[in-house]
Design a binder for this molecule. Structure first.
Ligand code: OGA
Ligand code: NI
Length: 336
């Protein structure tokens, strides 16, 4: 489909994204579709991804059940310094320059379950998860852990195709020092029925690009996600991404943009509330803590030298989380 055929919703066009079928045996075709998508919009759909439809539906059901609890119950699971647990309304401000308040969304972070007595639990983002009690939300933990593990597998398969699209060996990102002990973060999101008003700085989620390697996103059927293919254009042009049943929307993160020296772009996106309640499930794949993100050999030349200095994944992530999340002291002062 070309842009002239794009459907418009309230004057905003919808984006025609490529669709990658992970069950396809034609790997060359998948690589070429993915490469085109990464050069064009940094966003694509993935279907036949191996995450069961029943499981995806169960995650949405369980997510609704959690966010439906009274605020006092949810606040008992308030996000800790490891970024696990509940993030209330306005906790995150993704686009401080344009937002009058934080994002009109609440969320829940779930990472790799690492017991307190494991040495790795001392690293940022690693440690035990916060779980709602089994009495209040039966099978909640089980559902989330299953989804977390299947999403991680799927993300690794996508990373292999990305490696091929960058003229690297398929297992480039699979190396122990890159995705041997990655930081995979599942985040449940709930947008209440607020109506966004960009002219007043009110957004479901402010404009941002994701921090890591890639993000997998499952949404319900409520339209809300918008992308801006050219972040430097003025004024910025936004397009809706239509929900596609059973598919994940996948987008590239800033670490991949740095790795690929901007050949693959991490695309600006935001969520616009239209008055309907909306649920989405994001899965962020970030590499090992001590993985050095530096320009790939296939992405530099004499005319195109590295644009970014090398940086450790954990240093980069720490900066990005610090810049976008409320200080936990805010809640302590409120006596939560
Ligand atoms: C995010 C994000 C989009 C959505 O969490 O980084 O862009 O549709 N979410 O919830
Ligand atoms: Ni995002």
């Amino acid at each position: 489909m070309n842009d002239a055929n794009a459907i418009e919703v309230a004057g905003v066009p919808t984006s025609a994204l490529n669709c990658i079928d992970l069950s396809s045996s034609d790997i060359q075709q998948s690589v070429s579709l993915l490469k085109q998508a990464c050069l064009d919009s940094g966003f694509f759909y993935v279907i036949n991804h191996g995450v069961g439809q029943d499981l995806m539906e169960e995650v949405f059901v369980q997510s609704r059940r959690f966010f439906g609890l009274p605020l006092s119950e949810k606040m008992k699971l308030l996000r800790n310094e490891k970024h696990r647990g509940y993030t209330p309304l306005f906790d995150e401000v993704l686009d401080p320059g344009n937002q009058i308040q934080g994002d009109y969304k609440e969320g829940y972070y779930i990472g790799e379950e690492i017991p307190e007595d494991d040495l790795d639990a001392q690293k940022p983002h690693f440690g035990p998860n916060l779980w709602p009690s089994e009495d209040i939300l039966p099978r909640w933990r089980q559902t989330m852990e299953k989804f977390h593990s299947q999403a991680l597998n799927m993300a690794k398969v996508v990373a292999r195709i990305i490696a091929l699209a960058l003229d690297l060996e398929a297992d480039f990102f699979d190396k122990p020092e890159i995705l041997g002990k990655p930081i995979p973060i599942l985040r449940l999101l709930h947008y209440e029925g607020w109506i966004s008003d960009p002219s007043k700085g009110i957004y479901g989620a402010g404009a941002h690009s994701d921090f890591g390697l890639i993000t997998l996103l499952a949404t319900d059927d409520v339209l809300g996600l918008q992308i801006c293919k050219n972040k430097d254009a003025k004024p910025q042009a936004w397009e809706y991404v239509q929900p596609l049943k059973g598919a994940f929307v996948v987008n590239l993160g800033d670490m991949l943009e740095r790795w690929s020296n901007c050949i693959f772009r991490s695309t600006l996106h935001r969520v616009i509330g239209n008055g309907q309640e909306r649920y989405s499930i994001a899965f962020f794949l970030d590499p090992n803590h001590d993985c050095l993100i530096e320009c790939l050999p296939t992405c530099m030349s004499e005319e195109n030298p590295p644009k970014f200095p090398p940086i450790l994944c954990q240093t980069y992530l720490a900066q990005r989380y610090y810049n976008t999340h409320a200080d936990l002291d805010v809640y302590r002062r409120e006596g939560a």
